[in-house]
Design a protein around this ligand. Structure first.
Ligand code: DGL
Length: 271
């Protein structure tokens, strides 16, 4: 029985979609969440910067008594998961692999779309994994850089006209390609689920990368103790805005105030 917490991080609020699923499927686990809200977005940054930020995020989480880390960020998982795994001895779980397994279980016509940040799509990590699982799969990928700012500003409701226009711009080609499964390869995108589903059609499966990573984590990290776990939240900027928005991502009140972290002071030796 290992009652240490699970560390979870993302560039901002998106990783709370993984925490939401963790609260649902492993309510006994303690969670330490870090959202790098002072440096979001990661998606448009170079691999080198993403690696530096990810190392600092990990260094902060490891100051707590944690047994594993869930990288609830498509951008970090798709570009630097290998480096982070090599540098750390505790289990590190990213979003790409579990999400690809889920997509291949769901697709019937073997046509899978992938959307994510610029960095995620540039890395080709989702396509590479899908092709490893089934070399005959047909994939189409598209970066959707405006989705994160829309979500972080609360503009994700299906009737929002700006959001509808952006969705049409990004997803028309993917819809025309005839996918029956679409990977939401960025953990912010599940907030846009209803709007995306309305555009793609209800028959298209939408795969939530944060939730898939949470399911994967549960398979080997569950605690046997029957108590209610607790979650601590840390961000690198604007605590008030976190408190206001977290509820939308979590689907429940965050319950406690977030703490502020000077993330740039962490992990300097790796920078
Ligand atoms: N939530 C992060 C991801 O999954 C990205 C948002 C960002 O660009 O920082 O990729």
């Amino acid at each position: 029985m290992d009652n240490r917490a699970i560390g979870v991080f993302d560039s901002g609020l998106g990783g709370l979609t993984a925490v939401r699923q963790m609260h649902r499927i492993m309510p006994n686990e303690n969670i330490i969440y870090f959202g790098d809200t002072g440096r979001v977005p990661y998606g448009s940054r170079s691999r080198k910067t993403v690696l530096q930020y990810a190392r600092q995020d990990v260094a902060f989480l490891k100051e707590h008594d944690i047994k594993a880390i869930v990288i609830a960020c498509g951008t970090v998982s798709s570009q630097v998961l290998g480096d982070i795994k090599t540098e750390n001895s505790i289990p590190i779980i990213g979003v790409v692999e579990p999400t690809c397994y889920a997509a291949m279980r769901l697709t019937k016509n073997n046509r899978v779309g992938i959307i994510g940040t610029k960095g995620t799509i540039r890395s080709g990590a989702y396509e590479a994994k899908l092709h490893t699982l089934d070399p005959s799969v047909h994939t189409i990928a598209r970066a959707c850089p405006l989705f994160v700012p829309l979500v972080e500003n609360g503009r994700f409701l299906p009737d929002d006209r700006v959001t509808q226009l952006v969705i049409e711009e990004y997803l028309t080609e993917i819809r025309d390609f005839g996918v029956d499964t679409l990977i939401l390869g960025c953990t912010h995108y599940p907030l846009l689920r209803d709007a995306i589903s309305r555009f793609m059609g209800e028959d298209v499966n939408l795969v939530d990368s944060g939730a898939e990573a949470a399911d994967y984590a549960r398979r080997f990290l569950t605690s046997a103790e029957q108590r209610q776990g607790c979650t601590e939240y840390y961000v690198s900027d604007d605590i008030d805005s976190f408190d206001a928005y977290a509820e939308m991502f979590l689907g429940e009140p965050a319950g406690v105030d977030a703490h502020l972290v000077d993330i740039a002071s962490y992990g300097k030796e790796n920078g």
